[in-house]
Ligand binder design. Structure first.
Ligand SMILES: [Zn+2]
Ligand SMILES: [Zn+2]
Length: 275
């Protein structure tokens, strides 16, 4: 039997994402809602192409060899039954949650992840504004899954499915999804995640299941009475594609230079978000 591979995933996902973007554009025009701006959309496309290039390059020379090394150290051999796939899916979603939590809480990782939050628009293409340097360290969060015996190729497939779902929840056109709001990360939950309103910061970090946020205390429900302000808490003066990637690194360097001479204080500024 031919197994479902990453190319099949791309073939299935491209039309789904394409239709979602066209539908969102069409509805926003009909409703006269300004959801898309040309410059932000162009930046989203640029970031997704750059990310895809770096991601696929690193995958072959570094990510897959490292994951297969961890698999070779595993004591577990799984038959590929539905239990295997459920475990692969749950662990990948949990480790993504932890990766995303670290992205928000450790300043050098935030300097990478901030690209994804930098758009003042919020639409399906925002989901493709990817943190281009993330493929360098993301693998360390998935290595434990390989170590417990999940095939790295399967981790990549399951993660890819989650990422496609994760892109589709970047929309302002889908309201409350009722009972699904309890289990899944919905567009409503992810709008909260992208809002820079103080009460919404660092909330709803899940990709597919919202249960992790509920369990770890980072869940916040969208309040229809609060006007959402998308983007980050301060203005980025230069919104060019290079500065969108490096602006937080510049801020870190500046803060380290300005800080007292003690190495401990400089290290704290380098790592901590509370400075
Ligand atoms: Zn985030
Ligand atoms: Zn997002």
């Amino acid at each position: 039997m031919n197994r479902f591979d990453e190319r099949d995933l791309l073939l299935v996902s491209i039309p789904i994402v394409g239709i979602a973007i066209l539908a969102e554009l069409f509805i926003s025009l009909v409703l006269k809602k300004k959801i898309y701006t040309l410059k932000e959309t162009a930046t989203n496309v640029y970031m997704s192409v750059l990310f895809a290039g770096i991601d696929s390059f690193l995958r072959n020379i570094y990510v897959l060899p490292l994951l297969y090394f961890f698999l070779s150290q595993s004591f577990f051999v799984w038959p590929k039954t539905w239990v295997y796939w459920v475990v692969a899916f749950l662990l990948t979603d949990l480790m993504y949650f932890l990766l995303h939590w670290a992205d928000h809480k450790i300043r050098p990782l935030w300097a990478v992840h901030v690209t994804h939050h930098s758009s003042t628009d919020f639409n399906v293409t925002t989901g493709f504004r990817s943190p281009v340097l993330q493929p360098f360290y993301r693998v360390f969060f998935f290595a434990p899954i390989a170590w417990i015996g999940i095939d790295p190729i399967d981790i990549i497939i399951v993660y890819g499915v989650g990422q496609i779902y994760g892109a589709l929840i970047h929309t302002q056109l889908v309201g409350n999804l009722g009972i699904f709001e309890n289990i899944l990360v919905t567009p409503s939950h992810h709008r909260v995640h992208h809002a820079s309103n103080t009460e919404y910061l660092d909330k709803n970090m899940g990709m597919f299941l919202i249960i992790w946020d509920r369990f770890f205390g980072t869940f916040k429900k969208e309040d229809p009475n609060i006007q959402l302000k998308f983007g980050i808490t301060h203005e980025i003066e230069d919104r060019g594609p290079l500065n969108i990637v490096v602006h937080e690194w510049k801020a870190i360097l500046k803060d380290v230079q300005m800080s007292p001479k003690s190495i401990r204080k400089k290290l704290k500024i380098l790592i901590s978000m509370d400075t």
